[in-house]
Design a protein around this ligand. Structure first.
Ligand code: GLU
Length: 504
């Protein structure tokens, strides 16, 4: 008995995506908030696939969304892939249920068949708009007796099913995010619950499912606020308790328009491919409309489970800030072990043709060091191959402006020339050699500091800025001894190439 009671009280939430495209950050945030709320309350997180839009739904998108949710680390307790006590969890497999309950409403006189054609409805709509009235269904078929309607149906006349809604009154609900919300029934009209092609309307299927799946809290995007009164009317028609609603504000770009491709990556899949860590993305998504009580910033999923508070979610629009996401990503990258960093980096380096797959153990040992050093200041893993150019690309003919300016002075040319003379006969080079030789140049020429080191950096890297040389030289020398698809040119050879290019 006790068990049953606690089972009944258990918090049950759901994420109900339509598999019509890649999962957008707005939806991912909805999934995350549901998941956090379920996990912190020892509740149940249900994944339900809303695929009744036959034209736009695709299996491929369902596969992707399952993969994206898994990647984010959001696991579900019931869903189309794992089943559960209230399945099936794919709407296209629940059509019988929708028909059964629609039939019940028809029998009880709470719903009716509507024979109006698309054209007729469109004409009514246009007329209403022209007269400045809300385009609400006129209720023309409302009073057709069920018997007559069934006769017409059995003769093959197509009909939708509409819910009978009181003509006057208010539907109100308390939204955990938005507070008191109410709608005047005058603007609602009798909504279609089953279309003439037999498919359930979203507002109807969602109620049947949420009720039969014992969903206690409906946490979803604000774009569904205006659907909520229609859904509440259905709960009322069935005499079912309504769940608690929480509508999350929309995710906007910095220019206050809805986040779209124009702003940058918007799908979870894109962020993953760019090399944003799942944990960093969840960390950032949690800040879209919520913030931790003490302003903490870098948080793991487990910490979020502890801190998240649905009651503190803000109703103002959430602005997506890519810079903040990148900053968080850098913080989460820092927490990874060298092995983890290497494993995440390898696909990007392979794709850029810098490393062939599989890399040898020797290469991996070196790559691990290189990744560790070059990841510094990198926002996302996809930027890493560009950073590796410092090691793989050396072309005296391609100096950047800064480098050209550094070596233009006569003192810079003197430094380079002297350096070359001192290394010309060496067969090995390392940082100690470099330090010794620069010491000698300093003594002999009196040139020191930036005037000494900057020209040498240009000689060794063909760039005006980059890594500190005490990190760069050992890394380059070690890399130059390994075989990569593109050869790494060692220091001595670089100096020779540069001197000959500069005609010194
Ligand atoms: N399938 C709907 C959507 O993706 C779900 C809405 C809801 O959560 O009720 O927008």
């Amino acid at each position: 008995m006790n068990n049953q009671a606690s089972e009944k009280e258990k918090i049950r939430v759901r994420f109900a995506p339509s598999p019509t495209g890649y999962i957008h950050v707005g939806n991912a945030r909805t999934a995350l908030f549901n998941w956090l709320f379920a996990r912190q309350n020892n509740g149940i997180f249900v994944l339900r696939v809303e695929d009744t839009d036959l034209e736009r739904s695709r299996e491929e998108y369902e596969r992707n969304l399952i993969q994206d949710l898994r990647w984010l680390g959001l696991d579900w307790d019931e869903g189309p892939d794992i089943g559960g006590p209230y399945g099936p969890y794919r709407q296209s497999e629940r059509l019988e249920l929708y028909h059964k309950y629609a039939h019940q409403l028809l029998q009880e006189g709470k719903a009716y068949y509507c024979f109006c054609s698309q054209e007729e409805l469109e004409r009514e709509r246009e007329a209403a708009l022209a007269e400045g009235r809300m385009p609400v269904y006129s209720g023309k078929c409302r009073n057709i007796p069920l018997k007559d309607a069934e006769k017409r149906r059995s003769c093959g006349e197509p009909a939708a099913i509409r819910l009978k809604v009181p003509e006057e009154g208010i539907v109100a609900f308390y939204d955990l995010v938005r507070g008191h919300v109410e709608f005047d029934l005058k603007i609602i009209g009798d909504p279609i619950i089953v279309r003439s092609n037999g498919m359930p309307a979203y507002n109807y299927a969602v109620v049947i499912d949420d009720a039969l799946m014992h969903i206690t809290h409906v946490i979803r995007g604000e774009d569904h606020v205006s659907n909520t009164p229609r859904q509440i009317l259905l709960y009322q028609a069935f005499g079912w308790p309504t769940p608690i609603f929480a509508h999350l504000s929309m995710v906007m770009g910095k220019d206050n328009t809805r986040l779209s491709k124009r702003h940058g990556a918007t799908s979870v899949d894109q962020f993953r491919r760019e090399g944003i860590l799942a944990e960093a993305l969840c960390n950032y998504l949690s800040f879209l409309g919520w913030s931790p009580p003490e302003g903490q910033e870098v948080l793991t999923l487990q910490q979020l489970v502890k801190l998240f508070d649905l009651n503190r979610v803000s109703r103002s629009a959430a602005i997506f800030d890519y810079e903040k996401l990148h900053w968080l990503n850098r913080q989460h990258i820092k927490k990874l072990s060298p092995e983890e960093k290497l494993n995440l980096a390898l696909p990007y380096l392979e794709e850029a043709g810098l490393v062939s797959s599989p890399a040898t153990e020797e290469q991996k040992t070196w790559l691990k060091k290189a990744v560790e050093i070059l990841l510094e200041g990198v926002d996302k893993f996809s930027e890493l191959p560009k950073k590796f150019e410092l090691l793989f690309d050396f072309n005296p003919e391609n100096l950047d402006q800064e480098a050209k300016e550094i070596i233009a002075s006569s003192s810079a040319r003197l430094v380079i020339k002297t350096f070359y003379q001192k290394i010309a006969n060496l067969s090995e080079f390392n940082y100690e050699t470099f330090a010794r030789i620069t010491g000698e140049i300093k003594k002999e020429t009196g040139i020191k500091g930036r005037d000494l080191y900057h020209p040498l950096r240009v000689v060794l890297t063909a760039r005006g800025s980059g890594l500190e040389l005490d990190k760069f030289i050992p890394l380059l020398e070690e890399g130059a001894r390994l075989q990569f698809p593109r050869r790494i040119i060692g220091c001595l050879e670089r100096v020779k190439m540069m001197v000959s290019f500069l005609n010194l």
